[in-house]
Design a protein around this ligand. Structure first.
Ligand code: NAD
Length: 483
């Protein structure tokens, strides 16, 4: 029997306190060996004037226990408040978001009987870096960052999860037909790491058709691993089509800490009425019990919960005349789960957990890769230019290049417009002007700076530059559409 494990608990806002109370009651009745440190986060903290929604003392608790059981919180409307979820995930390095999405037919109505998939979403990168800029009157930009270590960690995590949980297939969704470098890296790392797991089937779908297939035939999937944005969207779709957002729990796993929660929000309109379904938070708690080395408790709770659902004790959100036996409130539901402790479901598949199963521990990326041989061969200079004639800009910029850095093309929103553009192409006030070393031999930073000096002296507003490199001789940049 393992020793008592300290965990940090936040009761949250809206329905949070009710469902957290219900879950802790069930976990304790099931014999959870936990010692609770409570912290305050969310609405009250935001409204006290802390834009992060969390006090420094709360971080101390989290850094001490490294396990966070979190009820949903309300993010106040209006500007200036930072999402606490994003802050917690990033500060604690919780890179893997694990969301099992399971149908409980015929006991909970679903269009997809048999659905049983796990979404593993990358949690820290992609468009969520929050690096956004307004560059011109007409153009705003958000940087999409996909890294090799980040991709390696999440993809290896997905394969380890599959292996440890007896899952047969891992599918990746990307849009690498369009984003050849960023999503292309994610896909390539998926292929590389997948090769180390010969017993697991692998497949890759372009995210649009993959998402359509998942919404139509979710039972065709097993584990799906996704970059952050696609994962954010598709994990909600998957939870919803499984039956109800009220049923899904989620784990956020990092090297130093882990956070367990429901996927739904604080449902303020349902708060304080003993109505809310505590199941999502409870299933998050089940993953937490596995994570802290108490799989016996996780198994008891999960099977009791399945038996309760199967026996028809349902909160309002899943209650259906003819299927359910009794409509129960939050507290009564928790009481029913406790009464079912020790029981297993008869029709639904009972679960079993061991020390080796459930939520996989964080895995590390290989940071010892030798650096590539990197050569600077050009620069993209982005201009804010209010006129609309690309040929005029092209002819003027040509004279600013020299024998080491010559203008090779201009694109507008990625579409090549000079030389040989078409008058039909719509242009905004944001021009990417590519200067390249004509023979692709390396240039120096000084040559780039000298070019920028000439561009500025000629009266152009350069809003940013991107250096153009080769890595081991391979171009580290894409060509313009039509180049
Ligand atoms: P929500 O998930 O709170 O509610 C969506 C719908 O689902 C509502 O109809 C609600 O009544 C129902 N619902 C949600 N959980 C339920 C449960 N356990 N039992 C029964 N019904 C349930 O989403 P929202 O209304 O968009 O957001 C409300 C607040 O929650 C917002 O302030 C939002 O920022 C916050 N939020 C927090 C988290 C989090 O803390 N992890 C996640 C999402 C939203």
């Amino acid at each position: 029997m393992s020793q008592t494990v300290p965990i940090t608990v936040a009761y949250g806002d809206g329905i949070g306190p009710e469902i957290m109370e219900a879950c802790l009651f069930i976990l304790k009745e099931a014999g959870a060996r936990i010692e609770i440190e409570t912290i305050e986060i969310g609405e009250k903290v935001y409204l006290r004037g802390n834009p992060a929604g969390i006090e420094p003392s709360a971080w101390e608790s989290l850094r001490r226990t490294r396990v966070f059981y979190k009820a949903p919180i309300t993010t106040p409307q209006g500007g200036g408040f930072k999402s606490l979820n994003v802050t917690a995930r990033k500060t604690l390095g919780l890179y893997a978001n694990v969301r099992p999405c399971v149908a409980y037919d015929p006991f909970v109505r679903t269009k997809h009987p048999g659905m049983d998939l796990v979404i593993i979403r990358e949690n820290e990168e992609d468009l969520y870096a929050g690096i956004e800029h307004r560059q011109t009157d007409e153009v705003y930009q958000c940087l999409k960052l996909i890294t090799r270590p980040g991709s390696e960690k999440i993809i290896r995590y997905a394969f380890e999860y599959a292996r440890q949980n007896g899952r047969k297939k891992v599918t990746a969704f990307t849009k690498d037909n369009i984003m050849k470098m960023t999503d292309g890296l994610f896909h390539r790392v998926f292929d590389e790491i997948g090769a180390e797991y010969p017993e697991i089937e692998k497949e890759h779908w372009i995210v649009d058709i993959g998402a359509a297939k998942m919404a139509d035939t979710p039972e065709a999937f097993d584990v799906i691993v996704l970059p952050n944005l696609y994962g954010d969207i598709l994990s909600d779709v998957a939870a919803q089509i499984a039956g109800s957002v009220g049923l899904a729990g989620s784990a956020n796993i990092g090297t130093h800490a882990a956070m367990f929660e429901a996927i739904h929000g604080s449902a303020p309109r349902r708060a304080g009425q003993n109505l809310a379904n505590p199941s999502g938070l409870l299933l998050g708690g089940v993953m937490m019990m596995v994570h802290i080395g108490q799989p016996d408790v996780a198994e008891r709770v999960h099977n009791a919960w399945l038996a309760t659902i199967e026996n028809g004790y349902h909160t309002y959100d899943i209650y259906k005349e003819g299927i359910s036996r009794e409509k129960v409130g939050t507290r009564e539901f928790a009481q029913k789960v406790v009464e079912h402790l020790g029981k297993k479901p008869q029709q639904l598949k009972a679960v079993s957990y061991s020390a080796a199963s459930g939520v996989t521990r964080a895995v590390e990326a290989n940071l010892d890769r030798p650096p590539a041989h990197k050569e600077l061969i050009g620069v993209d200079v982005f201009l804010h230019w209010r006129e609309r004639d690309p040929n005029k800009l092209g002819e003027a910029l040509k004279t600013l290049g020299d024998e080491r850095l010559a203008l090779s093309m201009i694109s507008n929103r990625g579409q090549k417009v000079y030389p040989d553009g078409l008058p039909e192409t719509f242009c905004v006030d944001h021009w990417r002007c590519r200067f390249l070393s004509p023979d692709r031999t390396p240039i120096t930073h000084q040559q780039v700076i000298a070019l920028l000096g000439r561009v500025a002296a000629a009266g152009y507003d350069f809003i940013k530059t991107e250096n153009l490199y080769t890595f081991d001789g391979v171009e580290g940049f894409t060509r313009g559409q039509g180049e």
